[in-house]
Design a protein around this ligand. Structure first.
Ligand code: UD1
Length: 430
């Protein structure tokens, strides 16, 4: 089992390059099979979730050619199977995007119901409501969602909750329905916009992505294209918090600063200096940071996917901070681990009350989920002494070469898979 070993207390300094956004790449890879011509995707992140999704589309018959580490060519013309294996769904929830793409293209899809998730219950009722509204029959049988349609037609859909996944899934299916679909109360995240831009590059007619009303005029077929995936705002935000927690000075390259505004604003408020350039940001944390309060919200609010990383920064700031999680009910699981490193945090319902401490101390901790795992690595980078992070498989789902990128910023971190390697690291860095 792989672990991260970290010797903390070194301010991060230097430059780091951000990869393509995992949460944009998941729907985009799923949608790429909707064309019967080659689709080339660039800036694809090399992370486990994407690699598993590529395997799952290959399994149903799509042709997948790896051009290089970040470029893949997908051709959906050879798909003969509309049923996705539970094996893949177990590993990545977001393979539910294959429901929207297969239903849109072939009018049928069978995808096992995604299981529970570490950050809370994650219903997909809004996805199914949208598919039904555009004419699909959707049944759940033996743990699998079976969606079928004779004809799919446009519809006026009001989303009961703002959902990234449901917005994109409905957008994919509706882009191949007859007539016009309007999605009201749509999610506005940059990955919704990126998925819409990609579908439009294949010939879809989608307007309004990035606002809360999306209008889709269905078309009968898609063509091939070449598309480059948007930079990952959460990966960027994670490095911003790592710089803040370690009192570092880093330049984060290949980002869209506009997408980072909510994160930049919070870090500025607590005392970081943030400089924005065309496609990079510089984060400087020259002194101990200040307290704040923050509530996670759909974009453009503060992202729930940045809540653990920011909380970790606040655990080291002065005074008492209040962090409210309003999207997922179970996203404070890392708090117990952080407390073992000396943080002073009390969770009451969906709120964490964080009394900042001057120092964290290294400990052996375990990642409860992807973003919480990243937060524990940040804690380890800032802490005094050695930290071992277990269950890094979660982190590898969404961060490309996390340890390599952190090392390029001066961090002492390594991925180890035995006690012997761990000891070697401790001996080497002292
Ligand atoms: C996506 C992201 C995830 C991020 C989340 C919120 C991907 C692969 N994952 O997840 O990293 O944390 O957005 O920004 O892009 N809900 C329902 N019914 C539904 C769908 C959602 O009640 O049918 C609720 C959820 O329980 C949650 C809220 O809506 O409380 C938002 O969820 P949603 O935006 O759908 O999250 P995901 O798309 O699953």
């Amino acid at each position: 089992m792989e672990q991260y070993i970290i010797k903390g207390g070194i301010p991060l300094v230097g430059e780091v390059e951000i990869s393509g956004a995992k949460n944009a790449a998941l729907p985009i890879v799923s949608a790429a099979i909707m064309a019967d011509e080659p689709v080339t995707l660039e800036n694809l992140p090399d992370v486990n979730d994407i690699n598993v999704l590529l395997e799952s589309i290959e399994k149903i018959g799509a042709k997948v050619d790896r051009i290089d580490r970040h470029t893949v060519c997908i051709n959906g013309a050879t798909i003969r199977d509309f049923s996705v294996d539970y094996e893949y769904i177990k590993k990545i929830r977001a393979s539910y995007y294959l429901l929207g793409s297969l239903l849109g293209k072939y009018r049928k899809a069978e995808v096992p119901l995604p299981g529970g998730c570490n950050i809370g219950s994650r219903p997909i009722d809004q996805h199914l409501k949208g598919f039904r509204a555009i004419g699909a029959n959707v049944d759940i049988s033996h743990g699998t969602i079976v969606a079928k349609a004779e004809v799919m037609h446009g519809a006026h859909i009001f989303m009961d909750v703002v959902s990234v996944g449901a917005t994109i899934n409905i957008m994919m299916a509706a882009s191949r329905a007859d007539g016009r679909t309007i999605i009201e109360n749509a999610a506005k995240e940059p990955h919704v916009v990126d998925a819409a831009n990609f579908l439009n590059s294949m010939g879809a007619n989608i307007r309004g992505a990035g606002t809360d009303v999306i209008r889709i005029n269905g078309v009968s077929s898609f063509h091939g294209c070449t598309y480059s995936i948007v930079p990952d705002m959460i990966e960027a935000g994670t490095y911003m918090c790592a710089a803040a927690a370690t009192k570092g000075d880093i330049i984060i390259k290949n980002v869209i600063p506009k997408h980072l505004e909510a994160i930049s604003a919070k870090l500025t408020e607590i005392g970081c200096e943030i400089e924005e350039f065309d496609d990079s940001v510089r984060v400087v944390a020259a002194r101990r940071l200040l307290r704040t309060q923050v509530k996670t919200q759909p974009y453009p609010g503060f992202p729930t996917d940045m809540q653990p990383q920011l909380s970790c920064v606040l655990a080291l700031s002065t005074g008492t901070s209040i962090v409210t999680e309003s999207i997922f009910e179970n996203r404070f699981k890392y708090v117990d681990e952080l407390s073992r490193m000396g943080a002073n945090i009390k969770v009451e319902g969906n709120t964490a009350i964080i009394d900042g401490v001057e120092e964290l101390t290294g400990a052996q901790v375990s990642s409860p989920d992807l973003r919480a795992g990243a937060a524990l690595v940040i804690a380890g980078l800032a802490a005094d002494g050695f930290t071992v992070v277990d269950d890094i498989i979660y982190i590898q789902r969404g961060y490309e070469d996390f340890e390599g990128k952190l090392r390029s910023l001066g961090a002492e971190i390594d991925k180890v898979s035995s006690e012997e390697e761990l000891k070697k690291f401790e001996f080497r860095v002292g």
